[in-house]
Design a protein around this ligand. Structure first.
Ligand SMILES: Nc1ncnc2c1ncn2[C@@H]1O[C@H](COP(=O)(O)OP(=O)(O)OP(=O)(O)O)[C@@H](O)[C@H]1O
Length: 356
C-alpha cells in the first residue's frame, strides 16, 4: 500500500513536534525514519498508526484520505522497542492472537491459523520454541516473535518503532537480516524508526532524515550518505572533516591553503567545506599548493579500512582520513610522519544552510 503524508503538523502544547511534513512512500518500500532524539520520528509513526491525532494535514493510504480512520481499521502491524508480547501466552499463541480475536465471520479456521503460525515461526526459525513463554526467550528471539505476530494478520503497513533498540550490537545485526528477509518475502510497506545511522543505511531502501520536526532529506542510502543536502545530514550520517575558510572565485581559502570548489558558488567570508574521511587523499610529498600539511597522530589498523588521525600543521585542528589497507601499505606511512592531504571531494555550505 502506498502512503502519502501531506503537510502534517503537530503541536504538543506550545512545542512543535512536526512542522509541515510531507512524504510519498510507494507500495512495498522499506523506509527508515532516521533522526536524533526528539526529532519527531515516533510522533510521525504514531500519527500513521492513528494512535496520535494531527493538527494540520492529511494521511492517505493508496490515495484514500484515512486521517480520521480508527487505528483498527487502518490494518497496521506494529512492533515496538520493548517486546510487547503477552507474557502469559506461549510463542504460538502470541503469534496466533491477532487471528484468533477476529470476529467469527473473518476468523480463519483453527487449522488455517495453526498452519499460518507454524509457517511464520519457521520463517523466523523459531518453530522449535512454539511452546515456550516470552520469559524463556532471549531478547532477539522475542523480537522475532513480535515480527511474526505483526505479520500474522497480513497488515497493509508495518510500523516498527526502534524495534532493535534494546538489544546488543550482534543481535541487532541479526535482526536487521530478519527484517530484510521478511520484507523480501511479504513486500509489506514498512517504516522503521531508528536513530542508528548504520542500521538505516544497512536496511532501508530509502531513508527519511528528520531534524526538529522537519524533513531534512529523503533519498536512497547512497544519496543521503554521498550527497547530503545540508550540514545536519553530513554530520548525522557518518564522520566528516570540516574545512573552514573564505569562499572566493571558485576557491575555498584558509591561510596558505586553497581548495578548488567544484560548483560555482557566490563568494562568502564564512564558508565550510565538508569532506568525508574516505575523500581525504594522502601524499607523502607536497606536489601542489592545494594540499595541507598534517602530522599523523594515530593509526587505527583494525579491519580492511585504515583510519588515520591527523593534526593540521597550519591550525590547531584534527582530521580523519580513511584508506584501504593496501593503499596504506603502498604509502608506507607511520605515526609522527608529516604528510600532505587534499580533499578529493567536498561540499561547501555557508551559514544560511545551517538550520538552528
Ligand atoms: N504526548 C506528548 N506530550 C508532550 N510532548 C510530547 C509528547 N510526545 C512527544 N512529545 C515531544 O515531541 C518531541 C518529539 O518526540 P518524538 O517521540 O516524536 O521524537 P523521536 O524523534 O521519536 O525521539 P526518540 O528517538 O527519543 O524516541 C519530543 O521533544 C517530545 O518530548
Amino acid at each position: 500500500m502506498s502512503i502519502q503524508v501531506q503537510n502534517v503538523s503537530k503541536m504538543f502544547g506550545s512545542f512543535q513536534a512536526l512542522n509541515n511534513v510531507s512524504i510519498d512512500i510507494e507500495s512495498g518500500e522499506l523506509i527508515a525514519l532516521l533522526g536524533p532524539s526528539g526529532s519527531g520520528k515516533t510522533t510521525l509513526l504514531r500519527i500513521l498508526a492513528g494512535l496520535e491525532g494531527l493538527d494540520e494535514g492529511a494521511i492517505l493510504f493508496d490515495g484514500h484520505n484515512i486521517t480520521n480512520v480508527s487505528p483498527k481499521e487502518r490494518k497496521i502491524g506494529f512492533v515496538f522497542q520493548h517486546y510487547a508480547l503477552f507474557r502469559h501466552m506461549t510463542v504460538f499463541d502470541n503469534v496466533a492472537y491477532g487471528l484468533k480475536v477476529r470476529p467469527r465471520k473473518e476468523r480463519p479456521s483453527k487449522e488455517e491459523i495453526a498452519k499460518k503460525v507454524n509457517d511464520l515461526l519457521a520463517l523466523v526459525k523459531l518453530e522449535n520454541l512454539a511452546d515456550r513463554y516470552p520469559s524463556q526467550l532471549s531478547g532477539g528471539q522475542r523480537q522475532r516473535v513480535a515480527l511474526a505476530r505483526a505479520l500474522a494478520v497480513e497488515p497493509k503497513v508495518l510500523l516498527l518503532d526502534e524495534p532493535f533498540g534494546a538489544l546488543d550490537a550482534k543481535v541487532r545485526k541479526e535482526l536487521r537480516r530478519w527484517l530484510r528477509k521478511l520484507h523480501n518475502e511479504f513486500h509489506v510497506t514498512s517504516i522503521f524508526v531508528t536513530h542508528d545511522q548504520e542500521e538505516a543505511l544497512d536496511v532501508a531502501n530509502r531513508i527519511i532524515v528528520m531534524n526538529n520536526g522537519k524533513i531534512e532529506q529523503v533519498g536512497t542510502p547512497e544519496e543521503v550518505y554521498e550527497q547530503p543536502n545540508s550540514p545536519f545530514v553530513y554530520d548525522f550520517l557518518g564522520n566528516v572533516n570540516l574545512f573552514k575558510g573564505r569562499l572566493h572565485n571558485g576557491k575555498l581559502t584558509h591561510g596558505q591553503f586553497e581548495i578548488n570548489v567544484p560548483t560555482h558558488l557566490d563568494s562568502h567570508d564564512d564558508a565550510i567545506g565538508y569532506v568525508r574521511p574516505h575523500d581525504i587523499h594522502i601524499e607523502k610529498e607536497n606536489s601542489n599548493n592545494d594540499t595541507v600539511a598534517a602530522t599523523i597522530v594515530h593509526i587505527h589498523l583494525l579491519g580492511p579500512i585504515v583510519q588515520i588521525e591527523l593534526k593540521r600543521e597550519d591550525i590547531d585542528e584534527y582530521l580523519e582520513a580513511e584508506v584501504t589497507k593496501e593503499h596504506y601499505r603502498e604509502l608506507g606511512i607511520k605515526k609522527g610522519d608529516v604528510v600532505y592531504i587534499r580533499p578529493k571531494q567536498l561540499k561547501v555550505f555557508v551559514p544560511e544552510d545551517f538550520s538552528i
